[in-house]
Design a protein around this ligand. Structure first.
Ligand SMILES: Nc1nc2c(ncn2[C@@H]2O[C@H](COP(=O)(O)OP(=O)(O)OP(=O)(O)O)[C@@H](O)[C@H]2O)c(=O)[nH]1
Ligand SMILES: [Mg+2]
Length: 604
């Protein structure tokens, strides 16, 4: 089920109109086309009824990503504007003009430039009911001061605009833009085509379109520009080529036309599929796993993180070396060659096995150290709260907002790889440790799950999980589902969990807010604006105080340290110094109980 957020000015709109506006999310536009007559008709009819302009943002698959009402230029879209310096943004903007004039305005042109839209289109209806449109593109050339050149087609009749082959036109603009970037930065940017198979019988959590959109974000995060994609529906993937032969030929042609430097497959390829495809396509072929490994390699920070990534890379590449050794491993590498494992990938199999062994030993040693750390922490009895959640949900931002720490947050997938932990003192005096974790994703390849044991171990140890959800995402249900599945895999799905719906500043729909909380114990907040952060702190406080137990204790005098600990936790209800020790009534936090078990007189 899809949820639809409407952006912008919804004041005084009848429910029936709001519903119709939400239905716009169900429209699909073929990639070759400017728009469809049905979509144009509906947009213009709605515009007439509400007297405001409507803007629709479409992604490369022709799916509607966002709908905004009113002056679209002021809408701060979450997904737009993050792919600068990549050439075109992959986002098309189509909007209506309430009057009969479809000419592009100055602000239209300037947002086209600023956000590198694939195109900026405007449509309007004349008094006679005819639809006219205008569309502006970047040309791929630049003025002397660096301003991108723009060309405008129209105003002309809708049917003439529908004749433009958008796919081809945009591919040629993109090619030009990337050349320009290459000249300016001196770096050749990897350009990628994406390929995916929709398995007919498969009950996937994400639709193939959403899965491909996620793959595109992953590619983007890894630093490759996506210049096209192909999807095939099949009973099952082809054993030798993953795709059908016809599709492989089509891809090969697309590589020649677009000059793409690599193809990224949405699923894990077998070593032989990868080999066959590399030879058939004559270009670099990687899969989702290799792409994620590549991102992990770029972003691992701690020693353990780096070792884990190198280990996963070597394990992934070992069966792929095949008889062709070096040649394949170079072609099969990630985006650019980089990461801790990069130079080592060129070793031969025997040496790779040896290196794997060394890494395993090193990781074991570090993991033992961490155990020790944990033991110390248990003794210090500070409860651990672990933030889990889909990648990009805002976990790191929340940790920052909560602690003022400058942990690394950015609008990329997998910004955090290694667990980051901060100590926080709540109002009641209760200390907690709040730990950030790597984001989960749908289709996280199984082989990578153990590679992130470091993160998962923290989750296993936690007293409470904060499941952070991007409330502004259309796919939030699917994302929750994907996270819960991983939690189940590591057997922690029964841990006490508090849902934190983040980014409510981007949600304008209050019905949606109610829906989010309907059957979950949760809080709506915004790490960005700070809204409701104190509620979260209060909830944490309440959680840990509820988990206390009232005890009567008799502490020997020499256990003054334990008495001090109870004071520090504000746990003491009464205390009395007797001849043979101290009698204490205390509200002892759950996680400290083990320290007092031998001194309990009565528990209530
Ligand atoms: N509007 C808005 N944006 C937010 C909010 N919280 C986070 N963001 C943005 O969302 C993006 C992702 O935030 P991160 O904190 O890096 O997300 P994360 O869950 O740690 O991501 P990974 O480490 O990749 O799993 C960043 O661009 C943040 O600025 C919020 O409350 N409101
Ligand atoms: Mg993060």
């Amino acid at each position: 089920m899809k949820k639809s957020i409407l952006y912008g000015d919804l004041t005084n709109l009848k429910t029936s109109l709001v519903q119709r506006l939400e239905q716009i999310y169900t429209y699909l536009v073929p990639r070759e086309q400017f728009s469809t007559p049905e979509l144009d008709e509906e947009l213009l009819d709605l515009t007439q009824q509400i007297g405001r302009e409507i803007a629709v943002y479409l992604n490369g698959n022709g799916r509607v990503m966002a709908v905004s009402i009113g002056d679209y230029a002021t809408v701060d879209l979450p997904e737009v504007g993050t792919r600068r310096l990549q050439g075109l943004s992959g986002i098309r903007c189509l909007h209506t003009h309430p009057g009969g004039d479809s000419t592009l305005s100055e602000p239209d042109i300037s947002s086209l430039r600023r956000l590198s839209f694939d195109f900026m289109g405007a449509i309007s209806k004349t008094d006679k009911g005819e639809i006219f449109g205008t569309v502006g593109f970047l040309t791929g050339d630049f003025q002397e001061d660096g301003t991108p050149d723009v060309t405008v087609v129209g105003p002309c009749r809708e049917r003439d605009l529908l004749r433009i082959d958008m796919k081809r036109l945009l591919a040629s603009i993109q090619k030009k833009l990337l050349k320009h970037i290459e000249r300016r930065t001196g770096k050749k940017k990897e350009t990628a085509l994406l390929a995916g198979v929709e398995i007919e019988s498969h009950a996937a959590v994400l639709s193939i379109e959403d899965s491909m959109a996620e793959l595109q974000r992953l590619a983007d995060t890894a630093g490759a520009a996506v210049i096209g994609m192909c999807i095939q529906r099949r009973g099952k993937p082809d054993a030798a080529f993953f795709l059908g032969r016809g599709k492989v030929e089509e891809l090969s042609l697309a590589i020649q036309q677009t000059g793409a430097t690599m193809v990224i497959f949405d699923d894990e390829l077998t070593p032989s599929q990868q080999r066959n495809l590399t030879l058939a396509l004559g270009s670099k072929v990687i899969d989702r796993t290799a792409l994620i490994l590549d991102i992990f390699a770029q972003r691992a920070r701690t020693k353990e993180g780096k070792l884990q990534v190198e280990l996963a890379q070597l394990r992934y590449h070992l069966p792929r070396l095949g008889g062709q050794g070096l040649f394949m491993s170079r072609l099969g590498g990630g985006i650019g060659a980089r990461g801790p494992g990069e130079s080592k990938l060129e070793l031969d199999r025997r040496r790779i096995r040896k290196r794997i062994h060394v890494l395993e030993t090193q990781i074991q040693t570090i993991s033992k150290h961490r155990c020790l750390h944990r033991e110390q922490r248990k003794a210090a009895a500070v409860p651990l709260v672990a933030m889990v959640g889909y990648t990009n949900a805002g976990k790191t931002s929340l940790l920052n907002a909560f602690t003022g720490a400058a942990a690394f947050a950015e609008d990329k997938l997998f910004a955090t790889l290694d667990p980051l932990t901060r100590r926080i003192t709540l109002k009641s005096g209760q200390d907690i440790l709040l730990t950030d974790t790597v984001g989960f994703i749908q289709k996280l390849p199984h082989t990578l799950v153990p590679a992130f044991q470091a993160t998962l171990e923290e989750v296993r140890e936690a007293d409470l999980l904060l499941h952070v959800v991007d409330a502004s995402s259309q796919q939030y249900e699917e994302q929750i589902e994907a996270v819960v599945r991983v939690l189940r895999e590591i057997q922690v799905e029964r841990k006490p969990t508090l849902y934190v719906f983040n980014k409510v500043d981007l949600c304008v729909d209050h019905l949606r807010e109610q829906m989010l909380l309907r059957d979950r114990d949760g809080i709506l907040l915004s790490a960005r604006t700070g809204e409701n952060l104190t509620t979260l702190a209060d909830r944490l406080d309440a959680f840990f105080s509820e988990r206390r137990k009232m005890l009567q204790l008799l502490l020997p005098f020499e256990k003054g340290r334990l008495l001090a600990l109870l004071h520090e936790k504000k746990a003491i209800v009464s205390q009395e110094f007797l001849a043979y020790g101290i009698r204490v009534t205390a509200n002892v936090p759950q996680n400290l109980l083990h320290l007092f078990s031998e001194y309990v007189i009565t528990d209530q």
